[in-house]
Design a protein around this ligand. Structure first.
Ligand SMILES: O=C(O)C(=O)C[C@]1(C(=O)O)C=C[C@@H](O)C=C1
Length: 360
């Protein structure tokens, strides 16, 4: 005879009690790990170990839980265990409801202390000064290209990149009421205005486009004036009591933003090889014909793939540039180490921004 609802719920309750006991045993072990790490002064957050735990469990997973559920559940369990070892403070462009906040929570799990900042500069300052241990900043968008301020800050800052995460970014037009009538101004971060410019030109050609510090700030302001609309996430809309006047208005349905996770080198050493890694560099070359071509030769000779090549003006007034380069692999692999050593000899300036596992 099939079990009835009460019976099934009774069995679920019993499993939950067992799980609660097991999770608390796990948390107590993490507490002990925390004591060991405090004694030796080593970092609490170990992304490569977390990846090993998740990959190991996925390899054993008999189902019916899906692989991505296993990853989500254990990411949260480890986030809670990490927080018991020591609270992890993470800075990002706030206020609540930004995609940067979503990226921070997706990367670290929800058991973090939030340090919302008013600008990318402040995120870097917070992580460099120790107000936060980590910062999360957007570096590239699939529609608009690089986030120039983040790249400029990476060039000069002592922080290095220890991880990356990519988010599907859906922008909604948010407002006090759900119609497009009477919108005089649209307030959002310049990146979001740019990612939605086709839609805005077509549907709100006469509305002023006003750049503000973040999309969530635009949503907050839109809540103060019925003639204003913001462009932000659904989460920001509910945070400020706004309606969605138009869904998913970004010009590219697959609009994605890549975020870098940054910290001081002493907070977390470069992660060990995970099997799917990337090295981010910034270099400049002597101002002579063929110099840019030359720096690519060692990569080809040693069989190292380049996944990104961006230029930023060096601000010398001499038409000189910095080149932001991502290559596949880890410096512990001899061909990667050899390619980087040869490339370095050809550069006037050479800085490794970080070595880290490639994000989802
Ligand atoms: O293995 C460790 O180093 C731990 O601190 C334990 C643990 C975990 O919960 O499994 C927690 C935090 C680290 O980022 C990695 C893993």
């Amino acid at each position: 005879m099939p079990k009835d609802l009460a019976q099934l719920r009774g069995e679920i309750d019993a499993v939950d009690r067992e799980l609660l006991g097991l999770l608390n045993r796990r948390a107590a072990l993490a507490n002990e790990v925390g004591d060991l790490k405090r004694a030796e002064g080593s970092p609490v957050f170990r992304p490569e170990r977390e990846a090993e735990v998740i990959n190991g469990l996925q390899a054993l997973n008999p189902g019916p839980l899906k692989q991505e559920n296993v990853a989500t559940i254990w990411r949260e369990i480890m986030s809670a265990c990490r927080a018991l070892e020591a609270p992890q403070r993470v800075a990002y462009l706030g206020p609540t409801g930004t995609f940067s906040e979503q990226a921070a929570v997706q990367f670290f799990g929800s058991s973090i202390e939030h340090v919302p900042c008013v600008s990318f500069d402040e995120v870097f300052q917070a992580a460099a000064a120790g107000t936060a241990q980590y910062g999360v900043v957007p570096v590239e968008n699939s529609t608009e290209g690089v986030v120039t301020r983040s790249l400029d800050l990476l060039l000069t800052s002592p922080l290095h990149i220890v991880g990356e995460i990519s988010l599907l970014v859906r922008h909604h037009l948010l407002r006090k009421h759900a119609s497009l009538d009477g919108i005089e101004a649209v307030l959002a971060h310049p990146q979001a205005l740019a990612q939605c410019q086709g839609w805005l030109g077509k549907h709100l050609p006469n509305a002023e486009r006003r750049a503000v510090a973040s999309n969530a700030e635009g949503a907050r302001l839109a809540a103060t004036n019925p003639a204003w609309a913001g462009i932000a996430s659904e989460r920001a809309g509910s945070e400020f009591g706004l309606h969605i006047a138009a869904h998913a208005i970004q010009d590219d349905a697959f609009n994605r933003t890549r975020f870098a996770v940054v910290c001081l080198p002493q907070t977390l050493a470069a992660p060990q090889a995970s099997g799917k890694d990337c090295v981010s560099l910034v270099v400049s070359v002597p101002n002579r014909p063929g110099a840019v071509h030359d720096i690519l030769v060692p990569l080809k000779q040693h069989g190292v793939s380049m996944t990104r090549f961006e230029s930023r003006p060096a601000r010398s007034g001499q038409w000189e540039y910095f080149f932001f380069i991502d290559v596949e692999g880890h410096p512990s692999q001899p061909h990667v180490a050899a390619a980087l050593a040869d490339l370095r000899k050809l550069c006037a300036f050479y800085k490794v921004l970080g070595t880290y596992p490639v994000g989802d």
